[in-house]
Ligand binder design. Structure first.
Ligand SMILES: NC(=O)c1ccc[n+]([C@@H]2O[C@H](COP(=O)([O-])OP(=O)(O)OC[C@H]3O[C@@H](n4cnc5c(N)ncnc54)[C@H](O)[C@@H]3O)[C@@H](O)[C@H]2O)c1
Length: 334
């Protein structure tokens, strides 16, 4: 089988490729990535010389480029990780979120339809469901929960999901969608909570926490997410949506304190800052469907996973320094 994996130079996509390129030596994996500010070619160095891996630089929303690539490569499977992914950026500049997350998905869907792709998989997010109240621990997002996004980011991801479902229904394109909770692990761009906390704590800098840090996220290790994506792509039912969650709800403040404790740093580094507009209160995922139907489960608990993650960032400080200095942009040469 030949796979197109878009957004594979980002956090989750690169971890996915590290896993599948080694796990399935008889399959071919082509990574397509525009190398935006969030794309880091260094993330692909562990697999760059593998015979079953190839990198192509390009934009998923560039229709001619995408059609030429599909003509040439004759993919069997398409997995779309590519996205603008940072909620704060979507509040400042929603346009690029619509362009990549909505238009880009539409371009990939048309190319998949016109090239008789065997499976199109959309990597989506629990944020499409909106949020849950803090005081109703009994409520969880199910696949049947109405779509109700709050930010331009989640609205663009929700639009993409609707397009995927429409192409399945209207054109019989074989599709699946996974909606996952907050990921943590190696190679996460240092704009997101966990790498921000680690890199600031290392330098004894103040750590900004929105509002009172009460917002709750369900944390999942990126490897568990990617094993779920792989299982859904291989065995998921055509036209179905699957939720993936970590069973690890924590407030943002709890996450920050856990990391500081592990790094033996003072909680005095925490600085509460003005809350994000429209900040979702709580996300919590019910993954029963994928557990029961496809036999997926997590291998990490949050405490062990976060310890391993902190150790990875401490062992790979050059990776973060390269991003901070802009040096990482020189890693890809034509
Ligand atoms: N990070 C999370 O916690 C999380 C949780 C659930 C779902 N997701 C989804 O998973 C996917 C990957 O998220 P991530 O955290 O790895 O994001 P990321 O920002 O780290 O990576 C995104 C990648 O997409 C690439 N990209 C952006 N625009 C592109 C374009 N127009 N054409 C080609 N490539 C482009 C970037 O260069 C980057 O390599 C996204 O679709 C996101 O919505 C993320």
């Amino acid at each position: 089988m030949k796979y197109l994996v878009t957004g594979g130079a980002g956090f989750i996509g690169s971890n996915y490729l590290h896993y599948v390129v080694n796990e399935y030596p008889d399959d071919q994996f082509v990574c397509l990535d525009a190398l935006t500010y969030a794309g880091n070619f260094n993330n692909l160095l562990p697999i760059i010389n593998k015979n079953n891996f190839k990198f192509v630089k390009g934009d998923i929303a560039d229709e001619k480029f995408i059609n030429d690539l599909f003509d040439k490569e004759k993919f069997d499977i398409v997995i779309n990780f590519a996205a603008e992914s940072h909620v704060d950026n979507s509040i400042k500049n929603p346009g690029i979120f619509v362009q990549t997350n909505v238009v880009g998905t539409r371009v990939l869907l048309d190319a998949s339809k016109n090239h008789n792709i065997k499976r199109y998989h959309q990597v989506s997010t629990d944020e499409v469901y909106g949020d849950l109240p803090l005081d109703r621990k009994d409520l969880l997002f199910k696949e049947t929960t109405p779509i109700n996004p709050s930010s331009p980011y989640s609205a663009s991801k929700a639009s993409a999901d609707h397009l995927v479902m429409a192409y399945n229904r209207t054109f019989d394109l074989p599709t699946t969608i996974s909606r996952c909770s907050n990921n943590y692990g190696p190679y996460q761009f240092p704009e997101k909570l966990i790498p921000v906390v680690i890199s600031k704590a290392l330098k004894n800098e103040k750590i900004p926490v929105y509002g009172k840090g009460e917002n709750i996220r369900d944390w999942i290790h990126v490897h568990d997410h990617n094993v779920g994506v792989d299982i859904i792509v291989r065995n998921g039912r055509d036209g179905h949506v699957y939720n993936l969650g970590g069973h690890s709800e924590r407030t943002n403040l709890e996450v920050v304190k856990t990391i500081l404790k592990q790094m033996q740093k003072s909680e005095n580094l925490i600085e509460f800052v003005t809350d994000r507009p429209g900040h979702d209160l709580r996300y919590a995922i019910d993954s029963t469907k994928v557990e029961k139907q496809l036999d997926w489960d997590r291998t990490y608990n949050f405490e062990d996973g976060i310890k391993e993650t902190v150790d990875w960032y401490l062992d790979n400080q050059e990776w973060i320094d390269n991003i901070k200095s802009g040096e990482y942009k020189k890693a890809y040469k034509l």
